[in-house]
Design a protein around this ligand. Structure first.
Ligand SMILES: *[C@@H]1O[C@H](CO)[C@@H](O)[C@H](O)[C@H]1NC(C)=O
Ligand SMILES: *[C@@H]1O[C@H](CO)[C@@H](O)[C@H](O)[C@H]1NC(C)=O
Ligand SMILES: *[C@@H]1O[C@H](CO)[C@@H](O)[C@H](O)[C@H]1NC(C)=O
Ligand SMILES: *[C@@H]1O[C@H](CO)[C@@H](O)[C@H](O)[C@H]1NC(C)=O
Ligand SMILES: *[C@@H]1O[C@H](CO)[C@@H](O)[C@H](O)[C@H]1NC(C)=O
Ligand SMILES: *[C@@H]1O[C@H](CO)[C@@H](O)[C@H](O)[C@H]1NC(C)=O
Ligand SMILES: *[C@@H]1O[C@H](CO)[C@@H](O)[C@H](O)[C@H]1NC(C)=O
Ligand SMILES: *[C@@H]1O[C@H](CO)[C@@H](O)[C@H](O)[C@H]1NC(C)=O
Ligand SMILES: *[C@@H]1O[C@H](CO)[C@@H](O)[C@H](O)[C@H]1NC(C)=O
Length: 426
């Protein structure tokens, strides 16, 4: 078996080979289809989920988000594959990512903050920091993430290169990156085996759908070529044709209670607002809205507030409870009687800023992790979920002024070496 270090060198070679012509990577199907396991992914599935209960929600009983990468709204919305999705669903025309680059956006979608992060380092977030997974589990709602080309269930490493199925004459390709896998970054998930077992590969996905055990909340990350990161939007469109379109016709994935969000992590250009293309599809969307667009102002935090409103969950008490940046998807808001905020373009915060926010994952302006304001109320009207290990007396008021650790020759204590493959001990 390759060590992660050797494989990342192999993939560096692949990257150098292709870097001047990203679109030169030929598209290829990794397998026979989304419901069949393939040796082009590293490990075959060894386990299956066993979730019995389906907890009904006000608007949907299954939420699936699928994240693509770094693409212009105008480009995505003029690509046939994405137009095809738009015709079946609701296009969100004022949906913003929350910062740059990738990793803080993925993290924000799970724990309701980017924590000041402004790069793609090997971060881990301590056990006392809650995520949407705590909120879901409190109500018995099952969940999983499915990561294409992650080599094994709950794999902890920074990246993974596997056989280059796009071009077998090339070295193994770095298809999997930890920075696009938000549950793995949160210790409140990975420290517990019954949770890390839900950080799954696409072979596990094929196993779970065939076994009828797909969970109610899913976060899906295509690999580094299929998500357009190393390629183009047309390449990603071939992936949606191969993977998503058959699943939209498959009752085991999409039925009248399903909501699927196809979104992008961030806008490609840093010096303008961070608008991204997002489209909602799936059987739970009211028929009269299919093929329309919705100009409500949304952000990645809206994925948290929307599931909270739908399933009557508590809030994390972070930006998911900040009403000005977390509007609930409009038809869901209508169904639960939630009042969204009407935000004019000029009042949308600058989401293109990076590394300017104080926080535990910003080495330039470091502060410790502090407790949320427990008096906040989320979109469901419920209060804040409090992690058992959280020191509730350590609030924003108690936090010392931010420190520039970089100037002291050090960095955030929540960064691990890139060659880490096992959980940190603390
Ligand atoms: C891997 O993918 C390539 C390209 O689509 C295909 O030719 C090959 O048959 C696949 N291998 C397996 C084991 O499925
Ligand atoms: C269901 O899951 C089990 C355990 O992973 C596996 O052995 C079995 O092949 C799966 N069933 C199908 C139909 O894939
Ligand atoms: C970024 O967002 C702006 C709107 O703020 C949009 O005009 C542009 O197409 C988006 N994408 C890129 C790559 O600029
Ligand atoms: C299944 O187990 C084998 C042996 O431990 C491992 O190599 C493989 O990666 C596992 N597959 C998954 C999807 O975890
Ligand atoms: C962020 O975008 C605004 C336009 O919306 C622009 O005026 C500003 O310069 C950008 N900020 C950075 C740091 O590029
Ligand atoms: C809510 O978001 C706005 C816009 O980013 C920000 O100005 C405000 O400080 C936030 N409020 C809280 C409590 O975080
Ligand atoms: C959360 O845990 C980390 C790591 O143990 C600690 O540094 C931090 O102070 C804790 N914060 C709160 C509010 O409990
Ligand atoms: C922190 O220190 C670094 C290195 O000395 C410097 O480049 C940077 O501008 C400082 N940042 C802040 C916010 O003080
Ligand atoms: C990780 O790399 C560092 C050097 O950056 C080295 O000292 C350490 O032994 C390596 N650890 C592992 C587990 O390979």
């Amino acid at each position: 078996m390759f060590s992660p270090i050797l494989t990342s060198l192999g993939s560096l070679a692949a990257f150098v080979q292709y870097s001047n012509a990203a679109s030169a990577i030929p598209w290829a199907a990794p397998g026979e289809g989304p419901t069949t396991q393939t040796a082009n992914y590293t490990g075959f599935s060894n386990s299956t989920l066993n979730d019995q209960n389906v907890v009904p929600g006000a608007s949907f009983s299954r939420f699936i988000q699928i994240w693509f990468e770094n693409t212009n709204f105008a480009v995505a919305s003029s690509t046939p594959a994405f137009q095809k999705l738009a015709a079946q669903g609701v296009t969100f025309s004022r949906y913003m990512a929350v910062t740059h680059p990738s990793e803080p956006n993925y993290v924000a979608s799970l724990s309701g903050s980017h924590w000041g992060m402004g790069d793609d380092n090997f971060y881990h977030i301590p056990r006392n920091i809650s995520t949407v997974i705590d909120l879901l589990e409190e109500k018995g709602i099952s969940w999983a993430t499915y990561q294409e080309n992650m080599p094994s269930t709950g794999y902890y490493g920074y990246n993974w290169a596997s056989v280059n199925y796009n071009d077998p004459t090339q070295a193994p390709y770095d298809y999997y990156q930890r920075k696009h896998n938000p549950p793995i970054i949160h210790d409140s998930v990975v420290f517990y085996p019954e949770r890390s077992h839900r950080i799954r590969s696409f072979n596990d996905f094929a196993n779970d759908i065939v076994n009828g055990t797909l969970p109610q909340w899913m976060f899906i990350t295509p690999n580094m070529v299929n998500d357009a990161h190393d390629t183009t939007i047309d390449f990603a469109g071939k992936f949606t044709d191969y993977w998503l379109n058959p699943l939209l016709e498959d009752e085991r994935f999409n039925n009248e209670e399903t909501l699927i969000l196809v979104t992008f992590d961030e806008n490609e250009t840093y010096d303008i607002q961070n608008q991204i293309f997002s489209v909602a599809v799936g059987g739970s969307i009211p028929d009269e809205l299919k093929g329309t667009s919705d100009n409500t102002f949304y952000t990645h935090y809206s994925t948290l507030s929307t599931v909270q409103a739908n399933w009557d969950l508590r809030t994390l008490g972070r930006q998911d409870a900040n009403k000005t940046v977390s509007n609930v998807f409009s038809w869901v808001a209508n169904e639960v009687g939630y009042q969204n905020q009407d935000i004019a373009d000029e009042d949308i915060p600058q989401f293109n800023l990076t590394k300017v926010h104080d926080g535990p994952l910003n080495s330039l302006r470091y502060t410790p992790f502090y407790a949320p304001d427990v008096s906040m109320q989320g979109a469901s009207g419920c209060g804040v979920f409090v992690s058992p290990e959280l020191d509730l007396t350590f609030t924003a008021d108690e936090v010392p002024p931010a420190v520039n650790l970089t100037a002291q020759g050090s960095q955030s204590p929540w960064i691990l070496p890139q060659n880490t493959t096992t959980l940190p001990v603390y």
